[in-house]
Every structure is written in structure tokens, then in C-alpha cells.
Write a protein of this length. Structure first.
Length: 157
């Protein structure tokens, strides 16, 4: 266990097994049953919890990426979990072309993501959150596909 509260738990992902020191892949989960991004019961507080847990493992906030996979074949579990990861080199530049939405606070991410996905015409979507390098805002990205696999270092092999 990396962190726990009455509402959330954070653990290391099995993908960390056998990896070198410095590699980080954690999961933040609500302690209640919530299927995923599509669940109306998704808790707003999971984002600040996940970010704080990631900060404790990844010192540089500019490297932190939080990701939730979309429903369907790109998601292995029907229990909401936020991946705590590092961005891959060059990911920020590639993400900038996607016109991200902005959230001034992490507890606003679900609402911001829903509006962003709606404006793109996405009925189902994954979410990626990073810190803006120019402001205190958070950048919120939505895509039909998993953003985790495209922009983060999710495996060490």
C-alpha cells in the first residue's frame, strides 16, 4: 500500500515487478464500487488523492501523468482506477496538439473531461491529466483510445 484514506487506496501496479529503481506505475482506487469513467458515481476526490500519491513517488510534477482508461477492450478491470505514471519524453509536445481543456483544481477533472469529450463528440473516452508547465492549472485530455498507452511510461520492459 502506498497510501490510504477512508475513501481511497493507492498501490503499486504489478507492472512494477522486476523494474529498476525510479520506475513508477501505481494505481489509485476508490474503496467503493465504481466501474469507471462512465459511472455517474465516480468520485471527484480521487484526482487530488492520486496526484498527491504520485507526487510522493515522482518528485517532478512536470513528469506526472494520471490516466483513466476508457471502457471496452482497452480496460482490463471494471473498477475505476487511476494510473499514476511518468510522461514519456516528447509527450507534452504531442499532447499540446490535442487542444486540452483546463482545470484550475483537480476535483473538477470529471466535469472538465465530460465537457471536453462532449465537444469532441465522444460518447466513451479515456482521460489523461498533467500539470500545465506555464500555470498552476491542470491540463485535461480526452480520447476514444487509451491515453495511458500513447503518452506514458507504463511498463519498464
Amino acid at each position: 500500500m502506498w497510501a490510504t484514506t477512508a475513501d481511497y487506496a493507492a498501490i503499486r501496479d504489478i507492472k512494477m515487478c522486476g523494474c529498476p529503481t525510479g520506475f513508477v506505475h501505481g494505481l489509485a482506487l476508490p474503496r467503493a464500487r465504481v466501474t469507471g469513467v462512465e459511472d455517474a458515481r465516480r468520485p471527484a476526490g480521487i484526482w487530488p488523492f492520486a496526484w498527491q500519491t504520485a507526487r510522493n513517488r515522482i518528485g517532478d510534477e512536470q513528469q506526472i501523468a494520471l490516466a483513466v482508461n476508457p471502457p471496452g477492450r482497452q480496460r482490463t478491470q471494471d473498477q475505476l482506477h487511476v494510473h499514476l505514471l511518468r510522461l514519456t519524453p516528447g509527450a507534452r509536445a504531442r499532447l499540446a496538439a490535442d487542444s486540452p481543456a483546463r482545470a484550475s483544481r483537480l476535483d473538477l477533472v470529471w466535469d472538465v473531461a465530460a465537457r471536453h469529450a462532449g465537444a469532441k463528440g465522444l460518447a466513451t473516452y479515456g482521460v489523461l491529466v498533467i500539470r500545465d508547465d506555464a500555470t498552476d492549472d491542470f491540463l485535461v485530455f480526452t480520447q476514444r483510445e487509451s491515453l495511458e498507452y500513447q503518452f506514458t511510461a507504463g511498463t519498464c520492459r
